[in-house]
Design a protein around this ligand. Structure first.
Ligand SMILES: C[S@@+](CC[C@H](N)C(=O)[O-])C[C@H]1O[C@@H](n2cnc3c(N)ncnc32)[C@H](O)[C@@H]1O
Length: 430
């Protein structure tokens, strides 16, 4: 069978980039149709090779820069371009900010909602990212440790990273050495690191069971680096602690939470504080019964639990166990309770929601397509959405607005600098 020729199939075109699209790629309208070009800046004149088609638009890669656009700058990170982490470091601060500020309004407009409710974007500076997942691979006797390249399966062997906190950055070189002591050629591992208030919490994930040499090497590493905890998980199994010098602790409101190894955590402390502030400001002090949906380990639940009582719903057993353990602490005094619930398969119905004065929902990137219609049908007076995906948020927002909610305000929060990712907090009332 003959393969259908790819649209564009390797041909070269000359174009001028008009603007940046929602996913961070530059785009231009050409005689061939709309072309998206990664790493392009507005005003760039480029020769582009057409590489194929995605979602109805052509894709291209830069072959030659004919003239740089006015917003193009020298990217500050030496790993820029191969590294898949920061795809927009070639834009100056003003162009980057203007583009990102516009993303939420654009998604709202696509859903027929008013972009005028979008507030100015809050920005979290680089150098504050307190959690990361590094990939490691040993090849030719050498361990590469870092992030995946934007294209292909290669790893960027990180020497520096402008996003990470100093503690995470300082771990990279010794972690690479420790992995070199027991990874064999061809072996791969993922290493999730989170900076807690009592030190670093590290989870190593490998496809196969660790041998004795690996366990010893990692326990020695944990002691040498004074890690709070080091755990190991094989494939999709349960994490097994290898070394624990102190309990890793995170403070939310009055609670002290011991997170599960590798669990979800807002990426920076500053970002978490900004999100919590926005959520708190949206909820009137008279709200004494609050529901926190997709609660994780209780970032919002504990912050909202005074004087209110909060019922936290979460699908992940380990996250919920951490939340419940912390809720038994004397400082929380029973004001937070948890319930395990898969909100996609078994969403909370409007009658269950109607007992609450306010509701917070912070779903994963896919949003809350099964839960949103039940919120829309409820009578909860204040609903606050936290989202890391403006597109799925706008879809869910439309469901709530069609159910009679007014979308009062959406505040974008850039806690993923130089990437196309964007967090937001939205307030709905009825
Ligand atoms: C973006 S995180 C937010 C966690 C928490 N609100 C925070 O800020 O730390 C999304 C959470 O939704 C949970 N989750 C994902 N799918 C779920 C589902 N179908 N039902 C319930 N919870 C789910 C995840 O385990 C995760 O804790």
């Amino acid at each position: 069978m003959r393969r259908r020729a790819r649209r564009g199939g390797g041909r070269q075109v000359t174009l001028e980039i008009e603007a940046i699209g929602a996913l961070g790629d530059g785009f231009a309208q050409t005689a061939e149709g709309l072309v998206f070009v990664p790493l392009a800046a507005p005003g760039d004149r480029l020769t582009v090779r057409l590489t194929g088609e995605k979602g109805g638009a052509l894709r291209g890669e830069i072959v030659e820069m004919l003239a740089e656009g006015p917003a193009r700058v020298e990217p500050p990170c030496p790993h820029f371009s191969p590294c898949g982490g920061c795809r927009l470091q070639h834009l100056d601060a003003a162009a980057y900010r203007t583009w990102k500020q516009g993303v939420v309004g654009e998604q709202l407009a696509r859903q027929g909602l008013d972009p005028g409710v979008v507030a100015p974007m809050l920005e979290i500076p680089p150098g504050t990212r307190r959690r990361a997942v590094f990939a490691a691979r040993r090849q030719g006797g050498r361990v590469r440790l870092g992030f995946h390249e934007a294209r292909g399966r290669d790893l960027v062997d990180l020497q520096t990273c402008l996003l990470l906190t100093p503690a995470l950055l300082a771990l990279i070189a010794p972690l690479r050495d420790a992995l070199a002591a027991w990874l064999e050629d061809g072996d791969e591992a993922d290493v999730a690191v989170a900076e807690t208030e009592t030190g670093l919490d590290v989870l190593v994930v490998t496809p196969a069971e660790p041998g004795l040499a690996a366990r010893e090497a990692l326990a020695t590493f944990a002691a040498a680096r004074d890690l709070a905890r080091l755990a190991w998980r094989t494939g999709g199994g349960t994490p097994e602690p290898l070394a624990q010098r102190r309990l890793p602790l995170l403070g939310f409101g009055a609670a002290r939470v011991v997170p599960p190894p590798g669990g979800f955590l807002q990426p920076s402390r500053d970002g978490e504080a900004a999100l919590v502030d926005l959520v708190r400001q949206a909820i009137p002090p008279s709200a004494l019964r609050i529901a926190d949906l997709y609660a994780g380990i209780g970032t919002f639940a504990f912050a909202l639990a005074d004087p209110a009582r909060v019922l936290a719903y979460e699908g992940d057993g380990a996250a919920l166990a951490a939340l419940e353990a912390a809720s038994r602490g004397p400082e929380v005094r029973g004001r937070v309770a948890g319930e395990r619930r898969d909100l996609e398969r078994q969403p909370l119905h409007a009658e269950e929601l109607d007992v609450f004065d306010a509701l917070v929902f912070d779903p994963p990137r896919a949003g809350a397509p099964a839960q949103a219609p039940h919120i829309a049908a409820s009578r909860v007076p204040t609903v606050v959405a936290v989202s890391c995906n403006p597109a799925s948020f706008a879809r869910d927002a439309r469901t709530l607005v069609e159910g009679g909610y007014a979308l009062e305000r959406v505040t974008p929060l850039d806690q993923f600098p130089w990437s196309s990712h964007l967090e937001l907090v939205a307030v709905f009332r009825r």
